[in-house]
Design a protein around this ligand. Structure first.
Ligand code: ADP
Ligand code: MG
Length: 297
């Protein structure tokens, strides 16, 4: 039977991006580029967010594509952010169908109608994209944001990527893996922590080196620290946008804290089972926390 440590290693690699997924993302990107260029002056586009930082969970949903609009589209900056998002939604709906396209806070989501099989796999296909229209402001970008009074959020994806790279290096190249595992746990629990980016932002602060060597103990400590600090304010690590924690109400913080404390207890229990030689039961306990991609063999 597989050891718990090896099961975690396998889980970590199952959550890594593979070549076929990257190819699929690239084809989708080209397709979306074509549609966006048909409706707007688009200077350039790039894949960004947790997809580009390799901190996304599987199956791949909501891959972010920034479409940087040209000067002739600047008139949108004088209107409400929903005006731009509505026009992006219309352009995408014409191509992908109204039922597969929906407007969000800062982007428009396109669902490709991919379904997960019983093992939670999608044959390396990307489930959906978040299309983010962006304006280049020199040192950073501005994107529409319907939930803040200013209407536009400043963001710098490069700073976020640099910070993730630095954390990964300092943590013996295990930081991104732990972030993906925590995001998998969050998804499996019905997302008590929103948005997923908040997990990554907290991890920049709470996972401090050195890497201890045991995935089980690292996750146990990670749950404990997030439980203790989930109610804090978590600003944008680039110091530009609104607090990344701005969706967490006091009630959501209390619920997330309870879920994290329960997870810490389950982790403690799984570690005890393993020490007592009950390997199969230990594996099942971890799988109940992380879902189907956590291996039992
Ligand atoms: N409050 C914020 N301020 C500035 N930038 C943000 C903020 N929230 C998200 N971003 C940027 O936008 C990207 C895409 O957002 P989102 O899809 O919610 O996160 P992710 O792709 O990391 O799960 C993030 O990865 C981050 O670079
Ligand atoms: Mg995203």
């Amino acid at each position: 039977m597989i050891t718990v440590q090896d099961a975690f290693k396998k889980f970590r690699s199952r959550l890594e991006l593979n070549d076929r997924e990257q190819q699929d993302a690239s084809h989708r990107q080209q397709d979306i580029r074509r549609v966006m260029k048909g409706a707007f002056a688009v200077d350039r586009d790039f894949l960004t967010g947790s997809y580009a930082r390799h901190t996304k969970t599987k199956p791949l949903k909501d891959v972010d594509i920034f479409c940087v609009l040209g000067d002739s589209e600047r008139h949108y900056r004088d209107k409400a952010p929903s005006a731009l998002l509505a026009d992006v939604e219309k352009a995408l709906a014409d191509e992908y169908g109204k039922d597969n396209v929906c407007q969000q806070r800062r982007s428009v989501c396109v669902d490709f109608g991919i379904r997960e099989d019983e093992n939670g796999e999608t044959d390396d296909k990307v489930v959906s994209f978040d299309v983010v229209p962006a304006f280049d402001e020199g040192k950073h970008y501005e994107i529409p944001d319907k939930d803040i009074s200013a209407g536009w959020t400043k963001t710098d994806p490069e700073v976020h990527a640099d910070k993730a790279v630095a954390a990964q290096k300092a943590y013996d190249r295990e930081w991104k893996g732990l972030v993906r595992m925590m995001k998998s746990w969050n998804r499996e629990q019905g997302k008590p922590i929103k948005p997923g980016f908040l997990i990554e932002v907290m991890a920049l602060d709470v996972l401090y080196p050195p890497w201890g060597g045991s995935y089980a103990r690292e996750m146990q400590a990670f749950f404990a620290t997030l439980a203790a600090r989930i109610s804090e304010r978590w600003p944008d690590p680039a110091g530009l946008g609104p607090d990344v924690s701005d969706r967490m109400t006091p009630q959501m913080c209390a619920d997330a804290k309870n879920a994290l404390l329960a997870a810490e207890q389950n982790a403690t229990y799984a570690i005890r089972l393993e020490r007592e030689g009950k390997n199969g039961e230990a594996l099942r306990t971890w799988r109940n926390m992380f879902g189907k991609l956590f291996p039992l063999s």
